[in-house]
Ligand binder design. Structure first.
Ligand code: PLP
Length: 428
């Protein structure tokens, strides 16, 4: 494949945008080389500026469940745009999408729309703090909740480690209120509650983790978190920015039958436009401004175009459960195929999958938290990534990202992918 135009565009972008990208993972730093500039996309495919076609396993990091440029979503955006793109007033569509989302997701009475997953998680934590009148939160190493200060905290060790900032600009004062725990380790979380009695406002967790590869919660982990929160007067926040409306209509709460107190959404809920949302029961949501004292706002929140795209997307996802079954079947087929060809070629690997989220770790041992995720062989991953890219298969340019499957993928696409992985395995 030729990447002449992409490489030139990257040079030009670097002149005017830090690192040439508007979000760091796009820069290919984890895998080397330069990023591919995408010109357009349709269904399961991306087309780059040099005219190359790729089967897309990133899908805008999750939202394109129905495929790129899905016609009903595009039409909804176009029709809305003709009537004005932002008013800064309430619109009927906001109520419609809110009511629809509430009907799909368990245990929520009200929802507020924001502009990104970061905003959703940041606001959820403020709300949890306002509700409990406490300051500290627990987050898990390897879970990502956006780039708000409280979440950019490095992993520490030991039972009651205080967080330390891992980005300049995050103050020590902010970091000290974020306690780090190990994913899938309830004893660790219990220890943090014991060491910080009546101080912890919330646990925030990716209930199926997707930012250290895909890592499923171990049996009893989510229910255990819920119980610990109840026993200690803290709020359980599920960050369903990746999993919401993807793993089931009602997200992880429905799939694992555990209710959170606050749920955060992003990605899917905007049908590919910049949207996030957070939701909870009335008791918590009524604390929010203008009803209550916890302030939260946004000039473009509930933007008509984003609401139109999101509403159309949710309508289709709500129409039947078949789409979730299809996504699961397609991803299971891919998992089985990858398993067969990597085994046949004597590659050491582990595949983790929940529904349409899947990741391949180049390590033969179980991957269940950030430490075990880091054991993967990154050099092998880099080669794997570039060899697949050459063959027109676009997976996330990082060993710590999940692949997201779209319903637009055909079994021919999946067979081609498996065939390519078989070829690539021979040169790893
Ligand atoms: N939460 C999770 C689980 C995410 O994966 C992400 C982004 O990838 C975010 C929050 C932040 O969302 P955004 O990038 O829309 O701010």
């Amino acid at each position: 494949m030729l990447y002449q135009r992409s490489s030139q565009l990257f040079v030009e972008a670097n002149e005017v945008i830090p690192g040439g990208v508007n979000s760091p993972v796009r820069a290919f730093k984890g895998v080397g080389g330069f990023p591919i500039f995408i010109k357009e996309a349709k269904g399961a495919y991306l087309f780059d500026e040099d005219g190359n076609r790729y089967i897309d396993y990133i899908n805008s990091w999750g939202p394109m469940i129905l495929g790129h440029a899905h016609e009903p979503v595009v039409n909804a955006i176009v029709e809305k745009a003709k009537k004005g793109t932002s008013f800064g007033t309430p619109t009927e569509l906001e109520t419609k999408i809110a009511a629809l989302a509430i009907s799909m997701v368990p245990n929520i009475d009200k929802i507020r729309f924001v502009n990104s997953g970061t905003e959703a998680c940041m606001s959820a934590i403020r709300l949890a703090r306002g509700y409990t009148k406490r300051d500290k939160i627990i987050k898990f190493s390897g879970c990502y909740h956006g780039h708000s200060d409280s979440f950019l905290i490095a992993a520490g060790s030991g039972l009651s480690t205080f967080g330390v900032p891992n980005s300049p600009g995050v103050t020590v004062g902010t970091a000290k209120d974020t306690l780090l725990a190990k994913y899938n380790d309830l004893e660790n979380v219990k220890g943090l509650f014991e060491a910080n009695k009546n101080e912890i406002a919330a646990i925030i967790v990716e209930p199926v983790a997707g930012n250290m590869g895909c890592i499923p919660p171990k049996e009893g982990f989510l229910a255990g978190l819920k119980q610990l929160c109840e026993e200690n007067g803290a709020v359980l926040v599920f960050d369903e920015v990746m999993t919401g409306f993807r793993l089931a209509k009602g997200g992880v709460q429905e799939l694992y039958n555990v209710n959170a107190d606050i749920v955060c959404f992003g990605k899917v809920i905007g049908g590919g436009l910049p949207v996030g949302a957070f939701a909870a029961r009335n008791e918590i949501m009524n604390m929010l401004s203008p009803l209550g004292p916890v302030y939260q706002a946004g000039t473009l929140s509930g933007n008509p175009l984003a609401m139109a795209a999101g509403y159309q997307m949710l309508l289709e996802l709500n129409a039947s459960s078949e789409i979730f079954t299809r996504l699961d079947e397609k991803t299971a087929y891919l998992e089985k195929g990858i398993h067969e060809v990597l085994s046949k070629n004597n590659i050491e690997f582990t595949i983790n999958r929940v529904g349409s989220m899947i990741s391949v770790h180049f390590d033969k041992n179980e991957v269940y938290d950030f430490e075990t995720a880091k054991n993967g062989d990154n050099e092998t991953f880099k080669k794997f990534f570039h060899e697949l890219l050459k063959r027109g298969i676009y997976i996330a340019p990082s060993a710590y990202e999940t692949w997201f499957i779209t319903d637009a993928l055909t079994y021919e696409d999946l067979d081609y992918t498996i065939k390519c992985i078989d070829e690539v395995a021979k040169v790893l």
